[in-house]
Design a protein around this ligand. Structure first.
Ligand code: AMP
Length: 155
């Protein structure tokens, strides 16, 4: 196949379809890398460092059970992450003793949606495991909204 000229390559890479494919592939790669690295110790993730205030983050909410901060790579006008202080790696390893905490995380997420004027609608997402594109093994809820979202979210 003939090599693409730089101009053609720029056009292909800037096409919306290509950008979506690249983003999906980036996320799959990040999730696979995190899982392969055995990065499943929630006391040793980027989010535990944010919790310990070792790393800066744009924190929008804090209480004794959880914090919420802006996602560094937002996919919508509003993209917040709500994380428990308790280091649960992922939803799949949560158990009955986490029931109150999980309910609290959902209610805080709802409160944040109200505070960020998402009355027209929003999405709450928990990615779980490599095939769910989880890239940080500290349980977190994505709160996404502020503009029209599409559905389905991916295959
Ligand atoms: P997930 O792919 O569900 O594990 O989501 C992890 C999310 O964390 C991604 O949306 C990242 O953009 C976000 N993220 C990674 N590092 C940071 C950081 N230092 N501050 C804020 N968000 C981050």
């Amino acid at each position: 196949m003939a090599a693409l000229s730089h101009r053609m390559l720029r056009l292909v890479l800037s096409h919306p379809t290509t950008r979506v494919v690249r983003r999906v592939s980036d996320e799959v790669t990040a999730a696979a890398t995190a899982a392969a690295a055995g990065n499943k110790n929630p006391s040793n993730t980027i989010f535990s460092r944010i919790l310990n205030k070792e790393l800066p983050a744009d924190i929008v909410y804090e209480d004794d059970k959880c914090i919420a901060f802006r996602d560094v790579s937002p996919v919508a006008k509003v993209h917040l992450l709500v994380i428990p202080r308790q280091p649960i790696p992922s939803l799949s390893v949560a158990n009955n003793t986490d029931q109150n905490l999980l309910g609290h995380l959902l209610l805080v997420t709802k409160q944040l949606a109200d505070e960020h004027n998402l009355q027209e609608g929003y999405r709450v997402v928990i990615n779980n495991g490599p095939q769910g594109c989880q890239s940080v093994y500290h349980l977190h809820l994505h709160l996404i909204g502020g503009n029209q979202l599409s559905w389905p979210p991916g295959t």
